[in-house]
Design a protein around this ligand. Structure first.
Ligand SMILES: Nc1ncnc2c1ncn2[C@@H]1O[C@H](COP(=O)(O)OP(=O)(O)OP(=O)(O)O)[C@@H](O)[C@H]1O
Length: 261
């Protein structure tokens, strides 16, 4: 373990050590160790197929849904082993929320998209409390003003960018500690992308955010820490400004200067 991997800035929110992920016999992640801190946006970058999404999904056990996937090593959330046998995975995924590449609202009303999680997790009792959570979550996701008069409309009737903010509001509604975002802007136009990036900057004050992105410009704009992945390994992890201006590893330099990818 080197300083390079831990980026010592206080107690980490999540701590991964020596993580391997296999799909059947194919190794997709090889011995990755990283600390993720609250009030930071951590970007995962690297060429297609290097394992960014696989590692991201390991952070809230989304890989459990893929029968061939096997994770080893340790991943802790606030010091608690998330792969321990007693871990409640539904609860874990509320604490470590996820936003996907393609916005995926439920085919239900805007209101229900947000209210569903707090209801099943028992976070809000009664209509008044639920109304409050819905408004607060939509406000935090920068969507309230646009939807407050149409909360009963279907979430799927919103524009792509609004749908993605709805999905972020849905993640926020269950009071997460970490939000994982897997290329959250790849299906959006530049204006919707800029809104999501602004939102990420605001949300950083409350949550640890991890974002997978193909856009180095986006990583540079939104993140404070960047991890560069290549062929299943995490090659370099550091302050985003250092990774982009003064990378230590040749492979990082080659990638950020566009030599491959
Ligand atoms: N469900 C799966 N079953 C088998 N192999 C998979 C599965 N998902 C990913 N892989 C393989 O694992 C490796 C890492 O894939 P992953 O999607 O994590 O990479 P990535 O860096 O996120 O790629 P991209 O940037 O293209 O999304 C690839 O070789 C991929 O083919």
């Amino acid at each position: 373990m080197t300083e390079n991997h831990t980026q010592n800035t206080g107690i980490p929110k999540m701590r991964a050590r020596n993580v391997d992920v296999y799909y059947g016999t194919k190794q997709a992640i090889d011995d990755v160790s990283i600390d993720v801190h609250e009030e930071h946006v951590t970007a995962f970058i690297g060429p297609s197929g290097c394992g960014k999404s696989t590692f991201l999904r390991a952070l809230n056990r989304m890989n459990d849904t893929i029968p061939s996937a096997k994770v080893s090593g340790t991943i802790e959330l606030e010091g608690e082993d998330i792969y321990a046998s007693g871990m409640d995975v539904v609860q874990l995924r509320a604490r470590v929320g996820m936003v996907f590449q393609k916005p995926n609202p439920f085919p239900k009303s805007i209101y229900e998209n947000i209210a569903y999680g707090p209801k099943i997790h028992g976070l809000a009792e009664g209509k008044g409390a639920l109304d409050e959570v819905v408004e607060r979550s939509l406000r935090r996701a920068g969507l309230w003003e646009e939807v407050k008069d149409r909360l009963e409309d279907s979430g799927t009737a919103l524009s792509g960018g609004q749908q993605q903010r709805l999905c972020i509001a849905r993640a926020i509604a269950v009071d997460p500690e970490v939000i994982l975002m897997d290329e959250p802007c790849s299906a959006l136009d530049p204006i919707a992308t800029a809104k999501i990036e602004e939102l990420i900057a605001e949300l950083r004050g409350r949550y640890a955010i991890v974002i997978v992105t193909h856009s180095m410009q986006q990583a540079a704009r939104v993140s404070q820490r960047t991890a560069f992945f290549h062929l299943g390994k995490m090659v370099e992890y550091g302050k985003t400004s250092d990774i982009f201006t003064n990378p230590r590893e040749t492979r990082t330099k080659d990638y950020i200067t566009g030599r491959y990818g």
